[in-house]
Design a protein around this ligand. Sequence first.
Ligand code: AMP
Ligand code: GLY
Length: 424
Amino acid sequence: MNILLLGSGGREHAIAWKLKQSPLCNKLFIAPGNAGTCGFGENVPIGVNDFQMQKDFCLHNQIEMIVVGPEDPLVNGVYDFFKDQEDWKGIVVGPSKFAAQLEGSKAFSKKFMQRHAIPTAGYAEFNEANFEEGKNYIRQHSLPIVLKADGLAAGKGVVIAQSHEDALQVFEEMILHKQFGEASSKVVIEEFLDGVEVSVFVLTDGQEYKILGHAKDYKRIGEGDTGLNTGGMGCVTPVPFLNDNFMQKIETKIIQPTINGLAKENIIYKGFVFFGLINVKGEPMVIEYNCRMGDPETEVVIPRLKNDLVELFVAMDTGNLSQQKIETEARACATVVAVSGGYPGDYQKGKVITFPQNIPEGSIIFHAGTKEQNGNVLTNGGRVLAITSFGDNIIDAAKQSKSLLKEISFEGMNFRKDIGYEFE
Ligand code: AMP
Ligand code: GLY
C-alpha cells in the first residue's frame, strides 16, 4: 500500500526507515520530511496541519495509510478530519481529537487518571476565575512546586519552582500574562515526584495493546544532567532498572487501567501511547501521557523492534493486535543527538553538514533538523542528527555513536558525551 507519513524530525526519519522495510509498503511519502527521510520515500511540501492538502494528495496518490508523527496535527483533529471524509477511506495511525487531549490538556489527562485510579502526582487546576484561590493553594504547597500550562507549549510549559515566590510569579505569568497564550490560561499545579524517569511505548486500538519498547532519555543540555531542558539529547534502551518485576507493575497499575479506561469511556484511540513515567521508590507513577512516539526515543525503540510496523498498524486497525507477538532485537541501542551551537537557546541554521565516508555496521544516522540544498545537507533546526548504534550493552552502543560523531561535523555542533553514563 501507499503510505503518507506526517512530520519532519528524527522520529519521522526512524519511522520512514522502518516502514520502508515492510513488504506491505509500496510508495512512501513524507510530508514535509527532511534531508534524511527522502532516502526512504518522497518528501512532499505539505504542512502537518494542512489537512485539506493532505487529503487531496491522498486521493491523487492512492494513499491507504496515514501515519502521524507529531502531536500538533493529532491535537488539531487530523484523525477525525480523515474519518469524516466520504471519498477517502484508509487507516489513520493516531488517536482521535478527543483522545489526543491526553497530551493536549494536562487537566484532561489528570482527570482521566483520577477516574481510573492511575498513580500520578496529586494536583489542582486553576484559571483566571479562581486565580486568588490558586495563590493560596501555592502558598500552602510543599516545595518544590510543579506548574504546568494546560495546553501544548512546545515542551516549555512545565516549571519546577523551588520557592513559593518563584511559583507565584510563574503562576501569574502563565495565567494573567498568558505566557504560553491560550495554553496557559489554565494551569495545573502538582506535587513534585522524585525519581528516575523512563518512557514506555504502546500501540493500541483502544481495546487491546502491545508494548513496543521503552527508553530513558536525557533532556538536559549539559553533561551530568545539568543546564537547560531540551527536546532530548539522547536515549538508551533497554533501561537496566526496568526489570520484569517493575515492568509488571507498569502494566498492571498503569497501562492496563489506561487502556481499559479508554475502552470504558468509548474513547477512539488507534495509535501510539507514550507513557512518561517516574520510578518513585520502586513504584511507577505517570508524569505525562503523549499521544505519539517520543523523539529521540523512537530512534532507539524502532530500530530494536523486529516486527513489521505496517503489519502492526493493519492489525491495530482491524482489531487483531492481540494476535501479534512483539519481538525485540537482543542488542541494546543508544542514540546521541548532535545539536546546533546555542541550542536550546538561539541558534543558526543553514550550516553545511559533513558526513562520514562509511557508516559502520550497527549504526544509523537519523536526520532531525536538516534540509537539502544544491547537493549539500544543511542544518535546519536545534536538534540536527540522532546517531543511533546497537551494542552488547548501552555503554558500548553509546560509544559507537560517539565514535561515529567524530567523523560528522558542522559549525557549532554540540553533543552530550555522557549518554547512558549512570549505567557504566
Ligand atoms: P511533562 O511535559 O509533563 O512531561 O513535564 C516535563 C518534565 O518535567 C518531565 O519530563 C519531568 O522531568 C518534569 N516533571 C513534570 N512533572 C513532574 C512532577 N510532578 N514531579 C517531578 N518532575 C516533573
Ligand atoms: N523526548 C520527549 C518527547 O518526545 O516528548
